[in-house]
Design a protein around this ligand. Sequence first.
Ligand code: G1P
Ligand code: ZN
Length: 543
Amino acid sequence: MRTQTVLTSPFEGQRPGTSGLRKKVRVFQQAHYLANFVQATFNAIGDFQGQTLVVGGDGRFYNREAIQIILKMAAANGFTRALVGQCGILSTPAASCIIRKYKAYGGLILSASHNAAGPDEDFGIKYNIGSGGPAPENVTEAIYDRTLDIERYLIVDADDVDLDHTGSFDLAGMQVEVIDAVADYAALMQSIFDFDAIRDLLASGFAMKFDAMHAVTGPYATAILEGTLGAAAGTVMNGEPKEDFGGGHPDPNLTYAHELVEIMYGDQAPAFGAASDGDGDRNMILGDHFFVTPSDSLAVLAANATLVPGYAGGIAGVARSMPTSAAADRVAESLGLDCYETPTGWKFFGNLMDAGKVTLCGEESFGTGSDHVREKDGLWAVLFWLNILAVRKESVADILVEHWQQFGRNYYSRHDYEGVDSAAATAVLQQVRDQFDSLPGTQLAGRMISTCDDFSYTDPVDGSVSSNQGVRVLFEDGSRMIFRLSGTGTSGATIRLYLESYEADSSKHGLDAQDALADMIAAAGAVSQLRELTGRDKPTVIT
Ligand code: G1P
Ligand code: ZN
């Protein structure tokens, strides 16, 4: 065993979020850089002597090298067992599943989600706790603190572990088990969904496409959809994970998953299309010439949950992030369930699920999940939809139209202004804040404003308070205008403008969201002075 003196904190003074440490690959490749984070994590997480660590990643460039360093450090630090996905692969939800199933102490997940991969692109690492969820803030803060006072790290001198074959190896006294990356996750999916019904649906000529975008879900989707469920060969597109994700940007939305979108809006469109992101936690759902917004998707899953064996007994409650549309709230209300509105970010859902308060949760940013793991789960959402389609035997579009008839339609859109000057972005939010006292009781976009505030959340489980989570203009009819600064952007600031209006009358449900929201969009621009303050006359991305 070697002890090694280390460099300065890899965080460079920037406090970590729950997504852990994300930097360029070249930064991670600096001597002792990754080791510093790993040792600081081991120093921060308590007594794991004799325990199990789960290790795996999305397969991006530097994944394998990182895993070798982590395993040697885990052995030197006193873990007695490590579970590693074959070829170093574990999707984020699969890692969460394995941590829970094998009662591991925790796991290190290597990913920068949908960020581009390759020698000049991004790498990332985060620690998940024994519940399978991302480390909560007290743990990420402790890790950060340890990166500041760390003086050395421990690592064993040993040969690299063969990651390509499943099997058990001794690494300086630690047992390394290279496990099938898919099997445990696939078994969990089979325990939740009606695989027989989905198999019958796929055998009946129901055509679908799943775009793995050359990222981690390829092996999972191929094994489950084409292998177990009998979908036609070729159902999974871009199914081979590549270290550079094929040069693409594996973010499942209408902009980046354009190959799938073209198929779903083409002449030969199949009945169902879906995509997932770099590490497998996000999802996008499409029907034949039809896009399901993530907010509507959560509402449909909640309304139809009892059609799925794993939720046949009913769900405990629903949670959505504040900017996500209130479509799920209407379902929860009609089912007599609690609906929680949390700040943006997955970490807030974990407490609610651990306490048994919610079963389903989701965000407008293509993240949906349930208490089966403690991460959002892309393929799970796809299987949920397939299970619903198999039972209801209707098209995706018909299911949505009926849903809107029953619950009303929440027109919804997010406009992103990326790479904005930080001071200008702050000024836009302040411009709205300055009118908090004068706006309520006045009309905007033909609607009466009821309240304006900075969203604040008190966690109902641990009482912790999160303030300044988004500037809101709320209307009497349930419409909303929300201004928020992204916490994940890399260059400059990103302003996210979220727009929502509610329409109960089903004869008015056929509109395109941008058309339905046109007056809200114009009013949001006027009230925030966004164009004047940022010099931008249109958003970078519209979802
Ligand atoms: C974005 C999404 C948010 C999601 C996060 C991590 O954060 O908006 O819903 O939880 O990525 O995937 P933002 O950049 O808005 O802070
Ligand atoms: Zn992701």
